[in-house]
Design a protein around this ligand. Structure first.
Ligand code: ZN
Ligand code: ZN
Length: 257
């Protein structure tokens, strides 16, 4: 399987997975780069997987469906261009011979879902949209801190080797914030240097892994004393309450430059 992050807009990746003949695409906000890649590689688009309703994730769905006849999958409780096969936690689909399990991960939007595959060429993979980013997480447009905390905890509990395919190249900005939260985290400092080198070569920082995110991402580290203390310094958050620590971090990041 080939896993391709197609750049789109300012900082989106349209993830494409193909076996040389058949392809699936995740959150195609723009049909153009996807169609160009399909044409250049003579691929048949079989499925479109949508994580949530935002236009930068759905804008190309109709054009790609019309051009290919691909089946569209999306969250049960959000407005996605019809016809769409609606999915919620507990559902599983098979696409390109691969199994994807659906996780409900509300917070960024109310009905956001993620697609977890336990084994693609020997390692798991998750398409998590705008919920978990490398070094950060999505903004809370429609959900509560408690919901997002639970959603991130669910993703953090996936196998460590799980490749994390998120939709935006926000990594450097996230790691700048993460370093402000945890200036003494040696793994974070090392990872930030690696990512700066990748970006200076024009390469994506993604996919990340769950194991790595658990070491460097402050939003997954709310029970770490250093993270809880930093949140407490920001808004007197209760250091013993990981949801309050999470809420403080999210607010701090919103204001962080
Ligand atoms: Zn979004
Ligand atoms: Zn987005």
């Amino acid at each position: 399987m080939n896993l391709i992050p197609l750049p789109a807009f300012q900082d989106n990746y349209l993830w494409l997975l193909h076996d040389g003949q058949r392809a699936l695409v995740v959150d195609p906000g723009d049909a153009g780069p996807v169609q160009a890649y399909l044409d250049a590689n003579a691929l048949q688009l079989e499925a479109i997987l949508v994580t949530h309703h935002h236009a930068d994730h759905t804008g190309g769905v109709d054009a790609l469906r019309d051009a290919s006849g691909a089946r569209v999958y999306g969250p049960a409780h959000e407005r996605i261009p019809e016809p769409v096969t609606r999915l919620a936690e507990g559902d599983a689909i098979e696409v390109l011979g691969l199994r994807f399990e659906v996780l409900d991960v509300p917070g960024h939007t109310a009905g956001h879902i993620a697609y977890f595959s336990p084994d693609i060429d020997g390692a798991p993979l998750v398409f998590c949209g705008d919920t978990l980013f490398s070094g950060g997480c999505g903004r809370l447009f429609e959900g509560t801190p408690r919901q997002m905390f639970d959603s991130l905890s669910k993703l953090a509990a996936l196998p460590g080797a799980t490749r994390v395919c998120c939709t935006h190249e926000y990594t450097l900005g996230n790691l700048k914030f993460a370093t402000a939260v945890e200036p003494d985290n040696a793994q974070l400092i090392h990872y930030r240097q690696q990512c700066e080198q990748r970006r200076s070569r024009g390469e994506p920082t993604l996919p990340s892994t769950i194991a790595l995110e658990n070491e460097v991402n402050p939003f997954l580290r709310t029970r770490q004393p250093a993270v809880a203390q930093a949140a407490h310094r920001f808004d007197a958050a209760d250091e013993a309450d990981p949801v309050a620590v999470f809420a403080a971090l999210r607010q701090w990041k919103n204001e962080f430059r």
